[in-house]
Ligand binder design. Structure first.
Ligand SMILES: Cc1cc2nc3c(=O)[nH]c(=O)nc-3n(C[C@H](O)[C@H](O)[C@H](O)COP(=O)(O)OP(=O)(O)OC[C@H]3O[C@@H](n4cnc5c(N)ncnc54)[C@H](O)[C@@H]3O)c2cc1C
Length: 302
């Protein structure tokens, strides 16, 4: 437990669990990251509102984390407060025959297991994607041409002032690996999903087969953040990087995966700057060969 007074005094008074000077590395899928000013967990909207309002009052910058599987975090000191949604935010419940409410803190894998058990299909394409629902909505995560945004009928959020609200889905809220939450800074607290009934066994088989395909194509158990660069209607980043001859290229302990060129991996002990340098080398080489400017899908946190 951390300091007393001001922002931290308020957290303590509200019973919010927090840790100062927390080394974040082990919570990231890249296994890279330094000491953050504070890591805290909130269990419900009441605690989240207190954290947001207090951060505003005492000028603390919040970073809302999912499972940290799509971010590259600096290994320097980070003057941010990392907030994880837990407890009540991990809830999932039926809302009618084919609608489901799920909290932003639930793991995608746990949610998919629950949906399968209840014979609700549509999101099978997410099988094997690590992360939490909030992160998946923020990123409009997906695969095989599908994104989670297409199945969302409502998003519950808390804004920068700590006010809660609901967004009824407009299709414009989501596009390829993008959601309006990347622009408005709202915190996603839960969503309502519109799904389809499907036999449990069909769902199970499809998810098992998709995971098998993933494991055969991706270095899924390497320290990484999945696809590093965004694809486009006209190209896949992995193909461009491979055709530019960059598989196996290294900077320090960071490497362009030999298995899938769009995965930049930490071979153990890589620094933030190694991965950034490698990403820049890849971008330059691809631009020189194809005249295409790759754009990062992974979010830098520094
Ligand atoms: C091996 C591997 C394979 C992957 N394969 C895929 C894939 O096929 N398709 C795909 O789309 N992604 C893939 N990813 C990337 C990643 O798993 C997804 O983007 C995932 O949805 C991110 O979720 P997260 O909870 O880890 O988010 P984080 O990495 O923690 O956060 C990502 C961003 O979302 C923001 N955020 C998180 N939660 C909230 C919230 N509640 N409210 C507001 N903002 C929030 C964070 O601030 C951050 O900017 C892969 C990653 C790995 C490691």
């Amino acid at each position: 437990m951390g300091k007393v007074g001001g922002f931290y005094g308020k957290l303590r008074e509200a019973g919010i669990e927090f840790y100062n000077n927390f080394i974040i590395k082990d919570k990231t899928s890249f296994k890279i990251g330094g000491s953050v000013e504070c890591y805290l967990t909130v269990k419900n909207t009441g605690e989240l509102t207190i954290a947001v309002k207090s951060a505003r009052k005492w000028k603390k910058e919040l970073f809302i984390m999912g499972n940290l599987s799509n971010v590259l975090v600096t290994d320097r000191k980070i003057r941010k407060v990392f907030v994880e949604l837990k407890g009540g935010f991990e809830e999932i419940k039926a809302k009618g025959k084919t609608s489901v409410y799920a909290g932003a803190g639930i793991k995608i894998s746990v949610m998919l297991g629950w949906l399968m058990k209840h014979g609700l299909g549509s999101l099978e394409f997410l099988a094997g994607i690590p992360g939490k629902l909030g992160g998946a909505v923020y990123m409009n995560a997906g695969a095989y041409g599908k994104g989670i945004g297409s199945y969302i009928s409502r998003v519950y959020f808390t804004d920068k002032k700590g006010n809660c609200g609901i967004i009824e889905n407009g299709r414009e809220a989501f596009s390829y690996r993008h959601s309006i939450f990347q622009d408005n800074g709202f915190i996603i607290t839960g969503v309502e999903l519109k799904l389809k009934k499907r036999p449990v066994e069909d769902i199970r088989k499809e998810m098992a087969s998709l995971i098998k395909i993933r494991h055969s194509k991706h270095p899924w158990n390497a320290y990484c953040a999945g696809s590093f660069f965004k694809n486009d209607r006209n190209y896949t980043a992995g193909k461009l990087i491979e055709e530019a001859g960059l598989k196996g290229l290294t900077c320090g302990k960071a490497e362009v995966s030999r298995m899938h060129a769009n995965f930049l991996i930490n071979k153990g002990g890589a620094k933030f700057k190694d991965v950034v340098k490698l990403a820049n080398l890849v971008k330059k080489a691809v631009y020189r060969k194809f005249g295409i400017q790759l754009e990062e899908e992974v979010k830098y946190v520094n």
